[in-house]
Design a protein around this ligand. Structure first.
Ligand code: MG
Length: 470
C-alpha cells in the first residue's frame, strides 16, 4: 500500500515533531524517570491529552527550545541563508524580552554585551563550561534549510550556528552530526545507518566521545553526565529512535528518561518526525502545539504556521492559505452523536463541538477541542491507514466522553465521507458497502471519487475482522 512518502511530509514532520516533543516534554522537565508513563499508561485521546502543561507552560505550549528554533528559522528564511550577525541580534532581542525560560549559558552569552563573533568564545574561555544542549535543541530548522546542500555544507552551518552561543566545539560537533542524520532522514534514508559517515566527518578530537553515545549498544543507563549536557541529549534521542515503534513511542521513551525532557524530546522529535512523517505524529499532539516568540511580535505560532515555515525552509514558497468564503454546509447530525459539515459550516458551529478537521483551515477555529489531521483530497496520501486509525481512535475517546463530534473537510464530501464510513466499519462492524450506503442515505454530500479511500476502508474492515476474532 505504501505510497513513497513525499519529502514535504518529512520536512513538516521534522519541524512540527520537534515542537511537539518540546511541548510534550516540558511538564516533565527535571522529573524522575518513568513519570510520563506513570501518568499516561495508555494513549490519552479524549478532551484532555498528554499535552497537559505544567509550571509556566500551557497545555501544548512550546518552550525556549522551539522559540529559539523559530528565530533560527525566520533568520534563515528572511536572510535567505546564514547571517550570523542577524541571527545573534534576534537571539539577543528575544533574551531581552524576558522569555519564561532561557538556558544558563545562553543567557550569559547573549547578555554579555559582546559582539556575535566573540561573545560565546569569550564566555567559554573564561568559564570553561559550554557543553550544554542549548544549541542542539534549536537546530532542526537549520538542519532542514541546509539538507539539500550535502553533508559538509550542512555540518559546517550547524557548527557556525551553535558557536553563536556555545563556545565549546563539542556542541558544534553534536549539532553537525544531528544535521547529517536529518539530511539523510529527509531524503528518505535511515538516519541510524548514517551515523558512521556522520562520525567520519566529525572533528578528530571529538569523534570518540560522540561514537560512544551513538553506538548501537549504548543505552541511557551508560550515561556519565546529566542530560543537560550535549552528549547524552543526542545519545538518548538516537537511542529512542532506535527503539521506538513509531513517533508516539519515541516520545514516550525519551520523556520517561526524565531530566531535561523538553530538550531531549525536541531533539528526538525532530528526527522521529523526519522518519515517520507528518502523518505519523498523533493529531492530538500536533493540533495542540503553539506558542509565542518573545521579542518578535505577538504572533501565536500554531500547526499551520509551522507547516508553512517548514515548506519555506525547504525552498518552497511560504504563503498564507486562504480558503475564501464558501457557502456553509452543516453541521448536520449524520450518525448518532456525529455531525458533518464543510469548512465554513464547521468554522461557525457551536463551540462545544469537538471538531475533527481533515483539510487546511486558514484562520484557526475557536473550538476548545479541535483535532487537525490533514488528508489530501486525492489518491496520494502516504499514511492514510495510520492517519485514519488515529482519527477514529480519537473520535471514539471523545464520543465516549459524551462530546458531540463534528467531522468536516473543505467540501464535506470525500474526506468527511471517508471518516464517517470508517466509523461505521470500525465501531458498527459494517462492511464497506454497507457503511457507504448508510452514509449516502443520510449525507447527500458524500463524495466517492477517491478510490484509495475505499481501498483504505477495505483494509480497515479486514483489520477490524481480525481483531474481532481474537
Ligand atoms: Mg526548554
Amino acid at each position: 500500500m505504501a505510497t513513497r512518502m513525499h519529502r514535504a511530509h518529512r520536512v513538516a514532520g521534522a519541524l512540527v515533531g520537534s515542537a511537539v516533543g518540546d511541548a510534550l516534554g516540558a511538564p516533565f522537565e527535571f522529573g524522575p524517570p518513568g513519570r510520563f508513563s506513570a501518568r499516561f499508561p495508555s494513549p490519552a485521546r479524549g478532551a484532555r491529552t498528554e499535552m497537559c502543561g505544567g509550571g509556566p507552560w500551557e497545555p501544548g505550549e512550546f518552550t525556549d527550545d522551539t522559540q529559539m528554533a523559530l528565530l533560527v528559522a525566520s533568520s534563515l528564511v528572511d536572510r535567505d541563508g546564514l547571517d550570523e550577525a542577524d541571527l545573534f541580534d534576534r537571539f539577543r532581542a528575544w533574551a531581552e524580552a524576558d522569555p519564561k525560560d532561557v538556558g544558563i549559558q545562553t543567557r550569559a552569552v547573549l547578555g554579555s554585551g559582546q559582539p556575535w563573533d566573540v561573545a560565546a568564545t569569550e564566555h567559554f574561555r573564561r568559564t570553561g563550561r559550554a557543553a550544554g544542549n542549548g544549541s542542539l535543541m534549536r537546530t532542526t530548522p537549520a538542519a532542514i534549510r541546509f539538507s539539500r546542500d550535502g553533508r559538509d555544507v550542512t555540518m559546517d552551518a550547524a557548527r557556525r550556528i551553535s558557536a553563536l552561543t556555545h563556545g565549546d566545539p563539542s556542541t558544534g560537533e553534536g549539532c553537525a552530526i544531528f544535521h547529517e542524520l536529518m539530511r539523510v532522514a529527509l531524503d528518505g534514508g535511515d538516519p541510524l545507518a548514517a551515523i558512521p559517515s556522520a562520525l567520519e566527518a566529525c572533528a578528530d578530537e571529538h569523534r570518540d566521545r560522540w561514537a560512544t553515545v551513538l553506538a548501537p549498544e549504548w543505552t541511557p543507563a551508560d550515561v556519565t553526565e546529566s542530560n543537560g549536557a550535549v552528549w547524552p541529549t543526542l545519545g538518548q534521542a538516537v537511542w529512542a529512535l532506535r527503539n521506538g515503534r513509531d513517533f508516539a513511542d519515541v516520545m514516550r521513551l525519551v520523556i520517561d528518561l526524565g531530566g531535561d525532557t523538553d530538550t531531549v524530546a525536541a531533539v528526538a522529535g525532530g528526527l522521529a518526525g523526519a522518519v515517520f512523517g507528518m502523518g505519523g505524529i498523533p493529531s492530538r499532539w500536533a493540533s495542540a502545539v503553539h506558542g509565542r516568540v518573545p521579542g518578535h511580535g505577538e504572533k501565536v505560532w500554531r500547526l499551520a504556521d509551522l507547516q508553512q515555515l517548514a515548506t519555506a525552509l525547504d525552498g518552497g514558497v511560504q504563503q498564507n492559505y486562504d480558503p475564501g468564503v464558501i457557502p456553509r454546509i452543516g453541521p448536520t447530525e449524520v450518525l448518532p452523536g456525529i455531525w458533518a459539515g464543510n469548512l465554513d459550516g464547521a468554522r461557525h458551529s457551536d463551540e462545544d463541538f469537538a471538531v475533527i478537521s481533515l483539510c487546511r483551515l486558514g484562520e484557526p477555529f475557536p473550538h476548545q477541542v479541535h483535532r487537525m489531521a490533514y488528508i489530501a483530497d486525492n489518491d496520494h496520501n502516504a499514511d492514510l491507514d495510520v492517519m485514519l486509525a488515529d482519527v477514529l481512535d480519537d473520535m471514539k475517546a471523545l464520543h465516549d466522553e459524551g462530546l458531540r463530534l463534528l467531522v468536516h473537510c473543505h467540501g464535506g464530501a470525500s474526506r468527511t465521507g471517508l471518516v464517517l464510513r470508517g466509523w461505521l466499519v470500525r465501531e458498527k462492524g459494517m462492511s464497506v458497502e454497507e457503511a457507504t450506503a448508510h452514509v449516502a442515505e443520510r449525507w447527500p454530500h458524500l463524495g466517492l471519487w477517491n478510490d484509495s479511500f475505499t481501498a483504505a476502508l477495505e483494509r480497515l474492515a479486514a483489520r477490524s475482522d481480525d481483531e474481532g476474532q481474537r
